[in-house]
Write a protein that binds this ligand. Structure first.
Ligand SMILES: NC(=O)c1ccc[n+]([C@@H]2O[C@H](COP(=O)([O-])OP(=O)(O)OC[C@H]3O[C@@H](n4cnc5c(N)ncnc54)[C@H](O)[C@@H]3O)[C@@H](O)[C@H]2O)c1
Length: 336
């Protein structure tokens, strides 16, 4: 089988290709990635020379190049996106272009090439925020996005569904909780906190750290997508949940693994529109046979260790982060 992965030089996409190449060694994998600030060839170093792997540098908004890349492809797994909420507050247009227009171009091209499956990778943030006491979201929950990032992802989800309903394109969608793990860009919360502490810098925690997120190890997300591609129903959406933690709990766990106390926390103001809680009911996916194999505490500790052992990967990336400083000045930092 020939599989086209978009955004395979990003955090989850690179973990997905690593997983897929082991789980399906006979498949040919094409990685189509623009290499934005979030795409790193260094994240693909361990599989880049695999004979069944091919990298194409390109923009999903470039119709001609997308069409060439999709020649003979059976399955598309679409990760490529602008994904950092804080950046979407500063510069929404690039989110609208890549996440909405780019997804539209991929869908149109997939239809022309009669691909057998188009799997779209989305987020729980399309549902907005849960207030205290509200039930977790299901696949039928109302879309209520509150940031340019989540609104652009919501737009892409609607387009994917429309291509199924209108043209019969065989699609599936997953809406996943926050991921953590190896090769996570150091401007996102967990890697930012780990790398700050490794550099003896304080960690900026918003409010009292009371906001709640669900966390899933990236490989478990890859396994969920694999299962949905193999056994999911065409045209359906599947929620992929994680373990609920307050940001303070996450911060304290990282501090503990690095042998540091709470004086390393610097409490800062909430960013505008900081969603209080995300939470998913993933019973539908579990009925297909999925459950996470990596628990939060053990794999957060392994993630901390990975950052300790792999400075070669993240240290060069910090040089390219002026925008994060701009965001920090506005107290927007800490998107997760
Ligand atoms: N990170 C999370 O916790 C999380 C949770 C749920 C869903 N998601 C979704 O999963 C997907 C991947 O997220 P991530 O955290 O790995 O993102 P990321 O920002 O780490 O990686 C995005 C990748 O897409 C590439 N890209 C961006 N614009 C492109 C374009 N126009 N053309 C081609 N490539 C382009 C980048 O170069 C990068 O390699 C996204 O669609 C995101 O919405 C992420």
């Amino acid at each position: 089988m020939k599989i086209l992965v978009t955004g395979g030089c990003g955090f989850i996409g690179s973990n997905f290709i690593r997983y897929w190449s082991k789980a399906h060694p006979d498949d040919q994998v094409i990685n189509f990635d623009k290499l934005t600030y979030a795409g790193h060839l260094s994240s693909t170093k361990d599989f880049a020379d695999n004979p069944s792997y091919k990298f194409i540098q390109g923009d999903i908004c470039d119709e001609e190049l997308v069409s060439q890349a999709m020649e003979g492809v059976d399955t598309v797994v679409h990760f490529a996106a602008e994904s950092h909420v804080d950046r979407s507050v500063l510069d929404p247009m690039v989110f609208i272009k890549t996440n909405v227009l780019g997804t539209g171009i991929l869908l149109n091209t997939a239809l022309k090439h009669s691909v057998k499956r188009f799997h779209h990778v989305s987020t729980d943030e399309v549902f907005g925020q849960l207030k205290p006491g509200e039930d977790p979201w299901t696949e039928d929950s109302k879309y209520m996005p509150r940031t340019p990032y989540s609104a652009s992802k919501a737009g892409s989800d609607h387009l994917v569904r429309a291509y199924f309903e209108t043209y019969g394109l065989p699609v599936t969608i997953t809406n996943c909780a926050n991921n953590f793990g190896f090769y996570h860009d150091p401007e996102k919360l967990i890697p930012r906190f780990i790398t700050n502490l490794l550099l003896d810098k304080k960690v900026p925690l918003m409010g009292k750290g009371e906001n709640i997120r669900e966390w899933l190890f990236a490989e478990d997300h890859a396994r969920a997508i694999d299962l949905v591609i193999q056994k999911g129903e065409i045209g359906e959406t599947y929620c992929v949940g994680g373990e609920a933690k307050t940001n303070l709990e996450v911060t304290k766990a990282i501090l503990k693994f690095l042998g540091k106390d709470e004086s390393w926390i610097e409490y800062v103001e909430h960013r505008l529109g900081h969603d209080f809680r995300y939470g998913l009911d993933d019973a539908k996916l579990r009925k297909l046979g999925w459950k996470p194999e990596h628990d939060f505490d053990t794999w957060l500790e392994k993630t901390v260790k990975w950052y300790q052992d792999n400075k070669w990967w993240w240290e060069p990336l910090l040089k390219d982060k002026p925008v994060v400083d701009r965001i920090a000045q506005k107290n927007y930092v800490q998107s997760v």
